[in-house]
Write a protein that binds this ligand. Structure first.
Ligand code: SF4
Length: 132
């Protein structure tokens, strides 16, 4: 394991349970993730998903920015363009088929922190670190 220079407090984004995690960073790279022992939700434990957060962060082919289908391939687009496109399509669906034609399945944890922060927010890297 790469040496950790700082541990930062965060929350697992995978589901609504919101387990506390400690994120080990070196420079701007996450090099370790572990359960937060004194977190009231999980008391240091992580399920299989949370225990493998580090692998997800550095997975080959991980989507790091919005991609838009253009014909039979995908092109990179900016975050604002992606947000506007999605909002426009949702509006079209609702206008054409009614409000019951649209639903979302998301994790409450995702909105706690990083997923609205922009490109390469990549879980915790852009959060102001909370030193442990
Ligand atoms: S560690 Fe597992 S149970 Fe906890 S928030 Fe992550 S996915 Fe949910």
């Amino acid at each position: 394991m790469t040496a950790v220079s700082d541990w930062c407090a965060s929350i697992c984004p995978y589901c609504g349970v919101g387990c506390g995690v400690e994120v080990g960073v070196t420079g701007d790279r996450v090099v370790a993730v572990r359960g937060m022992k004194d977190h009231p939700v999980n008391r240091g434990d992580l399920c299989a998903l949370g225990a493998n957060l580090l692998g997800m962060l550095h997975a080959d082919g991980r989507l790091l920015y919005p991609m838009k289908r253009v014909g039979d391939r995908f092109e990179r687009v900016g975050w604002e363009a992606a947000r506007r496109t999605v909002a426009h399509r949702i509006r079209e669906i609702i206008d054409e088929h009614g409000p019951d034609a649209f639903a979302m399945y998301v994790s409450a944890s995702e909105y706690v922190e990083e997923y609205c922060r922009g490109p390469r927010a990549g879980l915790w890297c852009r959060l102001p670190p909370v030193r442990l």
